[in-house]
Design a protein around this ligand. Structure first.
Ligand code: NAD
Ligand code: SIN
Length: 472
């Protein structure tokens, strides 16, 4: 038998090795999940809820260690890693509530016709494929609702953040949920593909790039029985219109574009600005960005953002910046590698108004494109010039303009005078087009974790024939 491949993860901020582990055996893990899920599904809902509440306690006990691990493996600042751990814990009660509200039981009694009941059943074995930018919070956002609904879960974390995935599964295993019900699959795209295609996997809950999400969709096109939830990226617009509050607008823009080093699916990628405000807004954004601290997770004073995930990503981003620059873009703030050997990059801003063909791709890092327009309808048209449709925000404008913006923008998240990112777990979260397949996560994750079964029921048969019978 060939030796299992080893996966090694490195800290982006230092280059040091953080974790190593062997790739998992997909068939064996799926077989264990298959064996374990029926008893889990048959256990009372109250038991499942009690156990996920204990999971929250286990996270609380290890919250400092967990946050440090997230900070080390992703490179995000420690303050931000702490908010990720808080989101993991908060998701428990949100998921309990969502299960009851979205997929709970309903019974309608009628003396003559018995009762009509709506109940939900779990799908079976769910594969959760995670991204690296929120390696705990986002897989957890699928796992908790899936477990409450009675599914077995296999988490395959991103190959860039396996240590956080392993820790998350350890915390689930510690809370008393049977080990076969929550399992870890270490590996990369090959293990992801094998899991997606496995005949004993009933659902695929994916968070990641559009490219991979579309490949999964294509692979499963002939398997309508497998539930597939795709949470993908965005090329998100932020429109700045008439507002006297330039400093606030700049703060919203910087927060939207550069939080988590721009590695958020909801990050603002395209800033669309009214021409008469351009100089003032861009001047303020540039000077705020100049003050922004890029640093390692545990630096003091705390940085605003850390490195991107690895050197290959930093290289791709600097190459994308050069591509925009050499195809008509005008640099407002250059993207530079701050350390030759480590993936720290400076937040970049580039005016692409004059570009004939702006590439409609997600540049997953601190790179903001600016487009100048003169008319509000043109701003909306420009915002919609994308195949993605995750989030969008209008900064400034009046209520009528916001109504027009809201009605015409194609996106699953449309905000007013708020950032494009920082979405709440207590609301549905998902996009259209290349951003998702109409199976929003967060509060609505409950919907894809169970399927409805409608029944009409009487304790005794009672029926009489109607029209169309001869004699008696
Ligand atoms: P990715 O698509 O490269 O990988 C995601 C997961 O899919 C990983 O676990 C990977 O190993 C696995 N995978 C890769 N190829 C596969 C295949 N062919 N079949 C099955 N699995 C495969 O994503 P990433 O780079 O880790 O994460 C960043 C991306 O995630 C960005 O595009 C970002 O916008 C997106 N994202 C979306 C959301 C959302 O909720 N909409 C949230 C966070 C991140
Ligand atoms: C993300 O999931 O990548 C970002 C969520 C958000 O900040 O809205």
């Amino acid at each position: 038998m060939a030796a299992a491949q080893t996966l090694v993860s490195f800290e982006p901020a230092t280059g040091a090795e953080l974790w190593r582990g062997e790739h998992g055996n997909v068939d064996r893990i799926v077989a264990t999940a298959r064996k374990s899920w029926a008893a889990w599904a048959a256990s009372p809902l109250a038991t499942r809820i009690e156990l996920v509440r204990r999971f929250s306690n286990e996270v609380l006990k290890d919250q400092q260690e967990f946050a440090e691990l997230i900070a080390r493996e992703t490179g995000k600042p420690m303050w931000e890693a702490r908010t990720e751990v808080e989101a993991v814990m908060a998701k428990v009660e949100i998921s309990v509530r969502a299960y009851a509200e979205r997929t709970g039981q309903r019974k309608l009694d009628s003396a003559l016709q018995g009762s009509a009941a709506l109940r939900h059943k779990p799908h079976g074995v769910m594969a959760v494929l995670g991204p690296y930018n929120f390696p705990a919070h986002l897989p957890n956002g699928h796992m908790l609702p899936a477990l409450i609904a009675g599914n077995a879960v296999i988490l395959k974390p991103s190959e860039k953040t396996p240590a956080v995935g392993a820790k998350l599964v350890e915390l689930f295993n510690r809370c008393g949920i049977p080990e076969g019900v929550v399992q870890l699959l270490i590996g990369g795209p090959e293990e992801g593909k094998a899991l997606v295609a496995h005949p004993d996997v009933n659902g695929v809950l994916f968070t990641g790039s559009a490219q991979v999400g579309i490949a999964i969709n294509r692979k499963l096109a002939t398997e309508p029985g497998k539930i597939v939830a795709l949470e993908m990226g965005g090329n998100n617009p932020m429109v700045v219109w008439d507002t006297p509050k330039i400093a606030d607008a700049a703060a919203l823009i910087v927060q939207s574009a550069f939080t988590t080093a721009g590695q958020r699916c909801t990050a603002a990628r395209r800033l669309i600005v009214k021409d008469t405000m351009y100089d003032e807004v861009i001047g303020e954004v540039r000077s705020l960005t100049d003050r922004l601290i890029v640093g390692a997770p545990f630096d003091e004073p705390a940085p605003f953002m850390g490195p991107v995930i690895d050197n290959a990503t930093a290289d791709q981003l600097t190459e994308s910046f050069l591509y925009l620059l050499s195809n008509g873009g005008k640099a407002i703030r250059h993207m530079r590698r701050l350390r030759e050997d480590l993936p720290f990059v400076s937040p970049a801003i580039i005016d692409t108004t004059a570009m004939a063909d702006r590439p409609d791709v997600e540049l997953f890092g601190p790179l903001l494109q600016v487009i100048k327009v003169s008319d509000f309808d043109e701003a909306i048209a420009e915002a919609n010039r994308t195949r993605f449709g995750l989030s969008a925000s209008l900064v400034g404008g009046n209520p009528q303009q916001y109504n027009r913006f809201w009605a015409n923008i194609r996106a699953g998240i449309v905000n007013w005078n708020r950032p494009t990112n920082g979405a709440s777990s207590a609301a549905p979260f998902g996009g259209i087009g290349f951003s998702g397949n109409h199976r929003p996560a967060a509060f609505y994750a409950a919907d894809y974790c169970a399927y409805p079964v409608t029944s009409t029921e009487m304790e005794q048969p009672r029926a009489s024939v109607g029209v169309g019978f001869k004699g008696s």
